[in-house]
Design a protein around this ligand. Sequence first.
Ligand SMILES: Nc1ncnc2c1ncn2[C@@H]1O[C@H](COP(=O)(O)OP(=O)(O)OP(=O)(O)O)[C@@H](O)[C@H]1O
Ligand SMILES: [Mg+2]
Length: 241
Amino acid sequence: MCVIEPIIRTVNLHKVFRMGQEKVHALNGVNLSIDRGEFVAILGTSGSGKSTLLNMLAGLEKPSKGEIHVGGVALEKLNERQLAKFRQLNIGFVFQSYHLIPTLTAQENVALGLIFKGVPRKKRDAMAKNMLANVGLANRMKHKPSELSGGQQQRVSIARAFVDQPKIVFADEPTGNLDSRTSEEVMELIRGMATDFKQTLVMVTHDEDTALHANRIFHIIDGKLDRIQTKTKEETHEITE
Ligand SMILES: Nc1ncnc2c1ncn2[C@@H]1O[C@H](COP(=O)(O)OP(=O)(O)OP(=O)(O)O)[C@@H](O)[C@H]1O
Ligand SMILES: [Mg+2]
């Protein structure tokens, strides 16, 4: 019998932020597992702990307690340097607030990670251009972030996360600043890329319609996994009279 090890697994994950005397319990014992190649959405209201959870799964933040296994590696045991290397080799991240470098053009922002990976200049220029064209920004390659709209910056940040075809892409509200039509287009694009590159995709959203693009929806309430919704055929077809 073949046992499939999930690509991401957490055990009793807790995160407590200390604010002077006060403690904020952002995550209260999350146990979840995500299979290789799955597209999962983390859905919850503002402040429910979605970004905290995503940052932890991606090795951007350390848990207060609990375990995070990604591709068989226990992230909570790695030091900062090892975590940075792990992220560079395996992970793409779309930040809720983009985190683009203000002095670089769209193309340079998308290509930046490729420099650290030793990809030759011509190749990384071509890869960045191609990815920016995919997200509908072929005519904005030379613009700096301050010369782009919020939605355009968001799409640059999506292009940057996908350009290197990482094994896992984490996306925090990737369509949060897009109108509904562009949002649909970008969701289809993201899902298509993840399928083509056989990537695992973990997306945070507060929007139920956006979450429905995923195969499974993890509902987060007050830092806890409340329930898992598996999309069945019936649920995807709305019945109208
Ligand atoms: N660095 C921090 N220091 C203190 N408290 C924090 C910190 N980061 C998050 N929190 C708190 O933890 C809780 C969860 O925050 P988180 O950012 O994960 O929410 P979220 O679900 O992503 O919300 P949103 O949809 O608004 O982005 C919130 O109550 C927030 O105030
Ligand atoms: Mg958030």
